[in-house]
Design a protein around this ligand. Structure first.
Ligand SMILES: NC(=O)c1ccc[n+]([C@@H]2O[C@H](COP(=O)([O-])OP(=O)(O)OC[C@H]3O[C@@H](n4cnc5c(N)ncnc54)[C@H](O)[C@@H]3O)[C@@H](O)[C@H]2O)c1
Length: 284
């Protein structure tokens, strides 16, 4: 088994930032790539914030200077040097397929690749690469550094050795994977997206207010967050993309996105990352 030293993180949005932080914190050398210089600049700022908050919460947090461990670049070719690749780009099947077509000629023969997706089939993306047996899904939770349990997705081609190496890598950054088989949305999002979408339909129907919908889940069910707060945390654009992927994958109308969700995304209300979704945020 190859020793994993160099990790490439593709996509510097919410998830890419969190994943890059978590692995850099445990002393891996990270290359963080994105197509957008602006996204990389924002990621640098956000990673600094995550580090500051992590150090405030956990006195024993990073002993390394996390930003020293991360190289920020728009050059996808830099991924060639990685032993392990974690892909976190926008949840859009054609964008992801286009990227995997490029990765086919970049990824080194020994590298393992993890697809971080909310719902796209890992098998479908793995099929683009030369070594699909070295591809698995890791569905990280958000915020990554506060959610140590993840779903590890076994695609059609994924070998036991790939799953074993992935679990071992996760343990080195104090994370654990629950292994599930590859079906769109896995367990978490197949169930969660229906709940969030139905909460949005209920809001649209005027059944209850935004805070009351969330209150029912928190105070009646003991959830830490209600479905609308969760939607804001994930990003309403990502929720919409994920429902579209689930609808296309299962061809089942139960996944049709609520019109109110589409309207909010069209209006640029993407949740916390755009400072407004169902709630308003004043984040610095
Ligand atoms: N947001 C969540 O809570 C959450 C949780 C688990 C998994 N996911 C999944 O993780 C992935 C990323 O989600 P996110 O919330 O970070 O999205 P995001 O919109 O915050 O960030 C996506 C980033 O990908 C970049 N990008 C797009 N195309 C690219 C390309 N070809 N090459 C390099 N970079 C590219 C964009 O510029 C952007 O910076 C999605 O597949 C999503 O479903 C999200």
């Amino acid at each position: 088994m190859t020793t994993i030293k160099q990790i490439a993180v593709i996509g510097a949005g919410i998830m890419g930032q969190g994943v890059a932080y978590q692995f850099a914190k445990y002393d891996y050398d990270i290359t963080l790539t994105d197509i957008s210089e602006e996204a990389l600049a924002k990621a640098k700022k956000e990673i600094r914030n995550i580090e500051r908050l992590d150090k405030m919460l956990h006195k024993s947090a990073a002993t390394v200077n996390v930003l020293d461990k991360i190289t920020f670049t728009t050059d996808l070719g830099a991924v060639a040097a990685a032993d392990f690749i974690i892909e976190n780009i926008t949840e859009n099947i054609s964008l992801k397929e286009n990227l995997y077509q490029q990765l086919k000629n970049i990824v080194s023969d020994h590298a393992l690749l993890a697809v971080n997706t909310s719902a796209v089939s890992v098998t479908r993306l793995a099929a683009f690469l030369k070594n699909p047996q070295q591809v698995m899904g890791i569905h990280f939770m958000n915020p990554v550094h506060l959610k140590p349990t993840v779903e590890v997705i076994r695609g059609h081609h994924t070998t036991p050795a790939t799953i074993e190496a992935t679990q071992a890598l996760l343990h080195t950054v104090k994370m654990t994977g629950v292994v599930v088989n590859d079906m769109p949305g896995f367990i978490s999002n197949r169930v969660l997206m229906l709940t969030i979408n139905e909460a949005i339909f209920a809001l649209q129907d005027g059944v209850a207010t935004i805070p009351d919908i969330d209150k029912i889940f928190k105070e009646c069910f003991g959830h830490k967050m209600g479905p609308l707060e969760t939607a804001d945390l994930i990003g309403l654009d990502t929720i919409l993309y994920t429902l579209d992927v689930l609808l296309a994958s299962y061809n089942d109308s139960k996944f049709r996105p609520a019109p109110l969700l589409r309207k909010m995304v069209d209006a640029g209300l993407h949740g916390r990352k755009s400072k407004e979704g169902f709630y308003k945020y004043d984040l610095n």
